[in-house]
Design a protein around this ligand. Structure first.
Ligand code: ATP
Ligand code: MG
Length: 411
């Protein structure tokens, strides 16, 4: 026998028995996002490597360690690790700056990151996300958070925790970075290797570290005091407090978390995550924030923006399993042309119908029907002669012979 080829580590097949909950995630997105005026966008799965280096940031774990990059005809290409950069590229390239603001876009699809596979973490995973362009006011931040909560509610997920923070603008963030570095300097040797690296390149990212010994350091009173200090400037503070007042008024519960900085470089002011208590250590289902400088950094006109992405595998593991539905009818017959005709009529009436294609024995066909269908439609010699069909309800075993053109109404 030929050697079997297996799926690549960190990737998964989504099998037919599991597809219904994926359809639910996609259909609910279409419904809920549509109500807020979002339009779907589909961008390519690979882009120029430079897009992510510039768009995600070359001090991030994603760009430094996690990208699938390859060369083709002297070009460096990368499988998208996230989709904000791709959407922004398309926004600029397709002249969407000229559309009247806000421009609201949503997407879903596979993303690729070379991470250690574990529960809730894959190398090919899926995200659904939204991006809103053109509004700098905190009402936009509030609306995208509301939208996330609404989407989760529509999926039946209510007991999730929204965490928010403000990173300020580049000016106030610089002061904060300096103070964090100062207060952590005496602890430098005790930080994990990743944090030692981040200390110069991206000091805010330290606060996001999941390593227990680092988290203990951040709990030290003199360090905690700096982390929790109100460093943001007046304008940023006002933006943040307006956002909170919108959330309060809309009854959206949230917690403020000063350690929430998010992995990507491009965020300013608002950042947020939505977490579940039922997901173990990979407990974030949604991450997002404001990224006012990204469009400009990627060559577009200065355009404020805010958005989020949710991990679809993590969402799925929170949803109750959806049992595959039975089809409406299975035609039990050894007269194929007649069976084809009956199935065709019923399908055009909107019914899901299968027929036996292999000329199996009557009892075998009936067995199959009772496994997969709600009704068996028996089409024997007598039925064909009389233009009738014997309709068997497979739940109650009740059987009636009816005129062929009455079947659709019965099943
Ligand atoms: P994490 O802290 O879990 O690594 P992140 O900050 O890297 O998340 P984002 O880039 O903000 O994640 O992506 C948004 C969401 O996408 C996450 O909240 C998570 O639900 C999901 N996600 C991210 N990476 C993966 C992965 N490797 N496998 C499965 N889901 C993922
Ligand atoms: Mg990550």
């Amino acid at each position: 026998m030929a050697k079997i080829i297996n799926v690549i580590k960190g990737t998964k097949d989504i099998l037919p028995q599991d597809i219904s909950s994926w359809h639910k995630l996609e259909q609910t997105a279409l419904d809920v996002f549509g109500k807020y005026g979002y339009k779907e966008i589909r961008t390519p799965i690979f882009e120029a490597t430079e897009l992510f280096a510039r768009g995600v940031g070359d001090t991030t774990d994603i760009v430094n360690k996690e990208m699938y990059t390859f060369e083709k005809s002297d070009r460096s290409l990368t499988l998208r690790p996230e989709n904000t950069a791709g959407v922004v590229r398309s926004f600029i390239e397709n002249g969407m700056t000229r559309l009247s603001a806000p421009v609201k876009l949503w997407y879903h699809g596979p993303m690729f990151r070379y991470e250690r596979p574990q529960a809730g973490r894959q190398r090919q995973f899926h995200q659904v996300g939204v991006e809103m362009f053109g509004v700098k006011q905190p009402a936009a931040d509030a609306e995208v958070i509301m939208l996330a909560v609404d989407y989760l509610k529509a999926l039946g997920l209510n007991d999730l925790l929204v965490e928010i923070n403000s990173l300020g603008c580049p000016a106030c963030r610089d002061t904060y970075k300096k103070r964090i570095k100062e207060v952590l300097k005496p602890e430098f040797e005790n930080l994990c290797d990743d944090c030692k690296n981040r200390y110069e390149k991206n000091p805010l990212r330290l606060l996001d570290c999941k390593v227990e010994s680092c988290r203990e350091i951040f709990e030290k009173p003199e360090i905690k005091k700096v982390i929790e200090s109100d460093f943001i400037c007046e304008e940023c503070a006002e933006h943040y407090s307006e956002l909170k007042s919108y959330l309060d008024k809309m009854g959206i519960k949230y917690a403020e978390n000063k350690l929430l900085v998010r992995g990507l470089d491009y965020y300013n002011r608002t950042v947020f995550e939505i977490k579940s208590n039922n997901l173990g250590s990979q407990n974030a289902v949604c991450g997002g924030g404001r990224y006012d400088s990204l469009v400009k950094n990627l060559g577009g006109e200065d355009t404020p923006a805010v958005g989020w992405a949710m991990g679809m595998e993590r969402l799925n593991s929170l949803l109750p399993p959806i049992l595959p539905e039975k089809i409406d009818a299975y035609v039990v017959s050894n007269y194929l042309p007649e069976a084809f005709l009956l199935a065709k009529k019923l399908r055009s009436a909107g019914k899901t119908v299968e027929i036996d294609l292999a000329n199996k024995k009557f009892m075998k066909q009936l067995e199959k029907a009772s496994k997969i269908a709600k009704f068996a439609l028996i089409l024997g010699e007598d039925e064909i002669k009389n233009h009738t069909v014997s309709v068997k309800n497979l739940e109650t075993s009740e059987q009636n012979t009816v005129k062929a053109d009455e079947v659709a109404a019965l099943i």
